[in-house]
Design a protein around this ligand. Structure first.
Ligand SMILES: C[S@@+](CC[C@H](N)C(=O)[O-])C[C@H]1O[C@@H](n2cnc3c(N)ncnc32)[C@H](O)[C@@H]1O
Length: 255
């Protein structure tokens, strides 16, 4: 009989509940780069995964070599909702809420926090987490019912939930700092410098900024848009705003 401590699918099943799924080579690569704890990683093609690591991510090649257990294709397919073209999957320990709250509240804050006020679309939330990671934002906070650690959001975030502090909070619990809330009726962003410690807040896809968020906002800020266009997509609005912050001198923070 196989020792359950050594059998990758038994180890997987033990960790599957509390951990988050890293779906595919790139998600595992990012999670390892940003210090995620990964108790188990499997692949149906170990040689292929390590060749990919040598070519695209030599910095984590040895970590992948130590972690990746090869399993038959059917075993791999039984562990994931949908097989990924790279046939790689791993489980990562979710960072503690306390650690994320400390990171969000830490002062002085050198890069903004992105606030998504009652977002609805899981794909948008994942894309925003990827953007926030790319720009070195301190974190992404959501208000409302969407779980920013939902498996679909984690998939959209490409393993970058580990590169920025991702938590759900009430508006009243937002970390301190000036709130710049994005709204088409606001002041043109092109005339503004966004401070490094800003909270950059964005409304929901359906109804924009909530009353509570508006009440907490220090500034309403608009992205340039020709008349007759009602609004941009949520994730593209975040992209433009983070780009504007970075172009004003805010640099992606490399710890
Ligand atoms: C899809 S839009 C929301 C549209 C919604 N129907 C409304 O009434 O506002 C989602 C969010 O993106 C941001 N956004 C979109 N276009 C914008 C613009 N031109 N200027 C500032 N923010 C914008 C806002 O934060 C907005 O709440």
């Amino acid at each position: 009989m196989t020792d359950p401590d050594l059998d990758p699918s038994a180890v997987w099943r033990r960790h599957a509940g509390p951990c988050v799924l890293l779906d595919g080579f790139h998600a595992l690569k990012h999670a390892l780069r940003f210090g995620a704890e990964v108790p188990v990683a499997v692949t149906a093609d170990r040689a292929g995964a390590l060749a990919l690591a040598e070519e695209l991510a030599p910095d984590v090649r040895d970590a992948m070599d130590a972690l990746l257990a090869e399993v038959p294709q059917e075993t791999y397919a039984s562990l994931v909702p949908r097989p990924h073209p790279t046939a790689v999957a791993a489980l990562a320990v979710r960072p503690s809420r306390a650690a994320n709250l400390r990171a969000l509240a830490h002062r002085p804050r050198r890069t903004p926090v992105v606030v998504l006020d009652q977002p609805r679309n899981l794909g948008n939330a994942g894309a925003v987490i990827r953007l926030a990671a790319g720009f070195g934002a301190t974190g992404v906070v959501t208000t409302g019912t969407l779980d920013p650690w939902h498996p679909t959001v984690v998939r959209g975030g490409a393993g970058l939930h580990f590169a920025t502090a991702v938590e759900r909070l009430e508006v009243a619990e937002l970390p301190p700092g000036p709130v710049f809330a994005l709204d088409p009726e606001g002041e043109d962003i092109r005339g503004l410098k966004l401070p490094d410690d800003a909270l950059l807040a964005f409304g929901s896809e359906r109804s924009g900024l909530s009353r509570e968020l508006r009440a907490r906002a220090d500034h309403l800020v608009a992205l340039p848009m020709r008349p007759q266009v009602s609004s941009y997509n949520l994730a593209t609005s975040v992209a433009m705003t983070l780009y504007h912050w970075s172009a004003g001198g805010g640099a992606p923070h490399v710890p």
